[in-house]
Design a protein around this ligand. Structure first.
Ligand code: GMT
Length: 381
């Protein structure tokens, strides 16, 4: 198949999933064309059958708000014509589903690629709900030939908030490559991150308010009060200064390392003893899955799609939103009981490998593409 993929290219789970999917598809012999405003950050070296098309936009004083959605539509259209795409797969509905719809409308009948939209999270739970975007988001999702959501939670939300008939969308969860995400992955940075043999707690995100990074620091401060530990904060975003200030005021700043953006994350996760994800909402929680695959039990909130990834009492502990005290207690319990920790760590690795391996999930995407191309993806309307 010749497949176009559009995603946000910077840090963020939807871009990671889109890029890894494209790379896996290329490995399987498909031709993959990424179309975006910048090179997806995991597209870091030459791969056979993988192409990147940058969306060009000239700055112009009149464009206080540059019309990216339109430029993207034109780029998708041009790539579709030039490379005779069979299918365009867009990740994150806004504005990608709309641009894909525009591109398809521009094409000659009979030569139109099918459009698949994968919903990732805030496109449904936050931004897409805003009155200024709701009707066009709904329209563009409905016009897709195939719709996937990364969790059952998100599929239901799409049904409730956008009236997308449940039968029209398919749940295809996120995935990891178990060869890369593993406990014995090399190199190991434990000696650098925790030179005194301290336990390592880790958090990886884009530090947006939805991630509640201050809760991460509060949980850590309670754990640190009970024993030697270090917190490794990976990523960057608007709430980083607040988290840093809080670590200072709680007297734990010396044990909190703010690494900033860092790839590959699997190098870090392989030496994490506990992964903290106290998010307000998480339609899936790819970082939690990556942590589990690397043998790190997860302490998270029991919200949105997280219970579909982290099994409470098996691969981690889930707590109500804001229950910093409870999450700290669970963290201390796991860190203080080696056999419990080992059981959770092994169960997490097993679950990641058995349920969410790239091998398995990419095949599901391929079959879904086949269905869509055969006109069985749920239809438009
Ligand atoms: O929806 C977002 O906030 C953006 C998106 C991203 O690009 O990081 O994150 C969502 O998609 C990820 C990949 O499918 C999921 O693992 C995240 O849980 C999800 N974020 C939220 O639902 C807040």
């Amino acid at each position: 198949m010749r497949i176009g993929i559009t995603c946000y290219p910077t840090y963020g789970g939807s871009g990671v999933v889109a890029t890894e999917l494209g790379l896996e598809l290329a490995e399987r012999g498909h031709e993959v064309h990424f179309v975006s405003y910048a090179q997806p950050f995991r597209l870091d070296r030459f791969r056979e059958r993988v192409y990147f098309h940058e969306v060009e936009m000239d700055p112009y004083p009149l464009f206080e708000h540059p019309p990216y959605s339109v430029a993207l539509a034109a780029a998708i259209h041009d790539v579709a014509v030039q490379h005779e795409l069979d299918l365009i797969h867009v990740h994150y509905a806004i504005p990608h589903a709309t641009s894909a719809w525009m591109a398809r409308e521009m094409l000659l009948p009979g030569r139109t690629p099918k459009v698949v939209t994968t919903l990732h999270g805030t496109d449904i739970t936050l931004t897409g709900k805003h009155p200024s975007l709701h009707s066009i988001t709904r329209f563009s999702i409905q016009k897709s030939d195939g719709i996937t959501a990364v969790s059952e939670f998100l599929r239901k939300e799409t049904e409730t908030s956008f009236g997308v008939n449940g039968g029209r969308s398919r749940v295809i969860p996120n995935f990891i490559d178990p060869e890369r995400y593993r406990r014995d992955g090399k190199p190991c940075h434990r000696a650098t991150l925790a030179p005194g043999g301290e336990k390592i707690l880790m958090h990886i995100s884009n530090f947006r308010p939805v991630k509640r990074v201050e809760d991460v620091v509060r949980i850590f401060a309670r754990v640190r009060a009970e024993g030697e530990a270090r917190l490794v904060m990976v990523g960057d975003g608007p709430d980083r200064p607040r988290a840093q200030a809080l670590a200072d005021s709680l007297g734990v700043a010396n044990d909190v390392i703010f690494l900033g953006k860092h790839t590959p994350v699997e190098e870090l996760l392989a030496c994490s003893d506990l992964f903290l994800l106290p998010s307000e909402s998480e339609s899936f929680g790819l970082a939690a899955l990556e942590a589990m695959a690397c043998g790190s039990p997860v302490i998270a909130t029991a919200v949105a799609g997280l219970p579909e990834v982290v099994e409470d009492g098996e691969t981690g502990f889930l707590h109500p939103l804001g229950d910093v005290e409870g999450m700290a207690r669970s963290a201390c319990r796991l860190l203080g009981d080696d056999s419990l920790w080992t059981r959770f760590s092994e169960a997490g690795q097993r679950r990641a490998r058995d349920e969410f391996s790239a091998d398995r999930i990419v095949s599901v995407y391929e079959s879904f593409y086949e269905e869509v191309l055969a006109g069985k993806g749920g239809g438009k309307g």
